[in-house]
Design a protein around this ligand. Sequence first.
Ligand SMILES: NC(=O)c1ccc[n+]([C@@H]2O[C@H](COP(=O)([O-])OP(=O)(O)OC[C@H]3O[C@@H](n4cnc5c(N)ncnc54)[C@H](O)[C@@H]3O)[C@@H](O)[C@H]2O)c1
Length: 456
Amino acid sequence: MSAIASPDIASPGDSFGLKQRRNSTILNPWSYVKSELWTQAPIFKGTTKFEPLPDSKNILVTGGAGFMYVDRDFCYWKSQWTIHRACWFVRHLTLTYPNNYNVVSFDKLDYCATLNNTRVLDDCPNFKFEQGDITSPSDVKKCLRKHNIDTIFHFAAQSHVDLSFGNSYQFTNTNVYGTHVLLERAREHGINRFIHISTDEVYGDVPIGAADLAETSILAPTNPYSASKAAAEMMVNAYRSSFKLPLITIRANNVYGPHQFPEKIIPKFIMLLERRKKLLVHGDGTPTRRYLYAADIVDALDTIFHKGQLGQIYNIASKDEISNVDICHRLLDIYDLPHQTKEELEQWVEHTEDRPFNDHRYATDGSKLAALGWEPKTDFNDGLRTTVDWYRHFGEIWWGDISRVLTPFPVVAGTEIWTKEEHDALLSDGELGPEENGTVWTKKALNNLQASGGTV
Ligand SMILES: NC(=O)c1ccc[n+]([C@@H]2O[C@H](COP(=O)([O-])OP(=O)(O)OC[C@H]3O[C@@H](n4cnc5c(N)ncnc54)[C@H](O)[C@@H]3O)[C@@H](O)[C@H]2O)c1
């Protein structure tokens, strides 16, 4: 199958009626890729299927147009559509339980979202999309009432650590206040289940050789993203204790796979190699992360939904711990690009400034979830190959022009994106107001500030 050459833009137009500022790209989550894409594609669903819950009928999924919670599966390296593990979450629920669950995807359609991710579900009678903002109590109330919601999966978030160093108010607003709004509206409305999605990053850095952390470990976040997710968890705990809201909290390792916005390391590096550009590695590239293939996390979520206990916290843990530099090597292998000697490697890998602080590793213990019968099934190299194949065909068309997303420290305001240099120039020319100052705190910026006696 050939790649689709250009996006078929649907209304509203590219700029959403926004005034586009100098040098920016505006991403349009409403744009659709050509429809042949969908007609060529068979429909797939996930591997897990449980006895449906009698008291869950109408399920709200916040952030449903983002990465983890939509999908179909296509295996290009086998050059054919094949059944491959599970689909991502909204799709899995919608297609696996068509007579049992109605699924409402509630999403603001932020810069990283795209309706391409759920378009394949548009004709399913048990699927609906609602555009709305979790920080708006009236949006949330309207949606809960309209669809008579009894179950909430709360994924919506600002999720990119790099951006949280520059635009941290946005992270507190969405991740903490947005979660609070959702909890409060859920309390008023009355629900049977509220499943809150958090991250392994709330535990903070885990030293090499230390034991994997169980769910009872203390939270010690180190960056504004993880701090906002930990703060959201505190609000969840408060609603569990004060109002007996039926809550489950889930802390997942890093997730990768087709459909992830190419700001995160794996899709970003794939798209850079597609453009035959160097991989831009923050710092020395030695920090590691544990990776879960998206299909596996969908099965884990389905398992917790049907077999997990209300009031509990579950880690979703992988054993695939991989450094950023190792990701470069594995991708260069897939692309058959020589990287054995120092000179060869330098042709493809460039080390940039580091984040102001970069946790060296996260390590969580997944035995509590394993006791419910889940374990990851996808080998990292297989998952990576499937991911590369998907981006090869769709990466350039799925979100629109992602050139600026692929730079080392892009700056985002709403759905508008600049490179760090372009944004700095706009600021110094006075073309952005102070509230649009998404300052990017790289290690160098921090050192300069501290050298001049300032603090963050
Ligand atoms: N991706 C990972 O590796 C990973 C790992 C562990 C946990 N998580 C958590 O999983 C969740 C989803 O992650 P993701 O990777 O799918 O993120 P994503 O950034 O791809 O998607 C987030 C979605 O939330 C929506 N959103 C943002 N602000 C909103 C608002 N105010 N109202 C309504 N919708 C809003 C966006 O439009 C987008 O569709 C997040 O809570 C994240 O913290 C992600």
